[in-house]
Design a protein. Structure first.
Length: 266
């Protein structure tokens, strides 16, 4: 893994950052909870991991802006051509409830698209990442290439968040999609990238740092994340939020499959 993600940062350095984040999460106080201005929960572990990742990235790559969920956002941050995008703990609510569906996310955005992404799962110590034009799973000291296989899928597996919003319910009903599994955090992207699920609809607002790393990983397996306008997500827009989107696995990513979905009124 002695390769560079960009001019300053090696892949193995990012993997090491993720692994160290696992250790920080294990020793941080998850039972110390705060509430942000938007009412969402933040724990001491979020703060500790965020400080560590941002500090290391700035050490390695002084030329590139680092944007994090837990740091103050300046106006037009997201209009930069290149920036690191961090979610120190995605799925904080699950983490705070002693669950195991939470992740650490780092992405590198270039010209509006995620060029690199890595997702770490502290409970299992699994790490998914994109590199060059492929994506991989690092588990049990083995690197597994995630292979894309397009196939005909009669009953696609649908991934949804634990709390199903009304718009997603309508979408599922209209398209007669009933093979539904629920999963928290960016683990949904990991499941799609591995081919364990076929479609992940996200039809309510979500932040860019929640999805950028997963978007890169799915994309490099041959899958795709499309806004309901039929275009890939653009990360070079003023808002920290994305529009509505649907993630398709490599196996389901065929025009004939996507075209038959009813996206009316979503």
């Amino acid at each position: 893994m002695n390769n560079y993600i960009n001019a300053n940062v090696k892949l193995q350095e990012i993997i090491a950052i993720i692994q160290k984040s696992f250790e920080i999460i294990k020793t941080s106080k998850k039972n110390i909870k705060f509430f942000k201005n938007d009412g969402s929960i933040i724990t001491q572990a979020d703060i500790d991991v965020d400080n560590y990742i941002c500090s290391k990235l700035r050490d390695f790559d002084k030329d590139t802006l680092v944007i994090s969920e837990e740091k103050k956002l300046e106006k037009n941050f997201f209009l930069n051509d290149t920036y690191w995008l961090i979610d120190p703990i995605d799925g904080t609510s699950n983490f705070a409830k002693q669950g195991n569906e939470f992740t650490v996310n780092i992405a590198l955005i270039k010209n509006g698209f995620p060029e690199f992404g890595v997702i770490g799962h502290p409970p299992s110590k699994k790490i998914w990442y994109s590199f060059k034009k492929n994506s991989y799973l690092f588990a049990n000291n083995k690197i597994i290439k995630l292979v894309s296989i397009k196939k005909n899928i009669r009953s696609p597996i649908i991934l949804c968040s634990q709390g199903l919003d009304p718009t997603t319910k309508i979408f599922l009903e209209k398209n007669k999609l009933s093979n539904i599994k629920k999963l928290s955090s960016s683990l949904k992207f990991c499941s799609v990238a591995e081919g364990k699920a076929d479609i992940y609809p996200r039809l309510d607002p979500i932040s860019k740092w929640d999805i950028a790393a997963g978007d890169a990983i799915v994309r490099n397996t041959g899958g795709i994340t499309l806004g309901i306008n039929g275009k890939p997500i653009n990360y070079k827009t003023p808002s920290s939020k994305t529009g509505k989107f649907i993630v398709f696995s490599a196996g389901y990513n065929k025009k004939s499959n996507i075209d038959k979905l009813n996206l009316q009124n979503v």
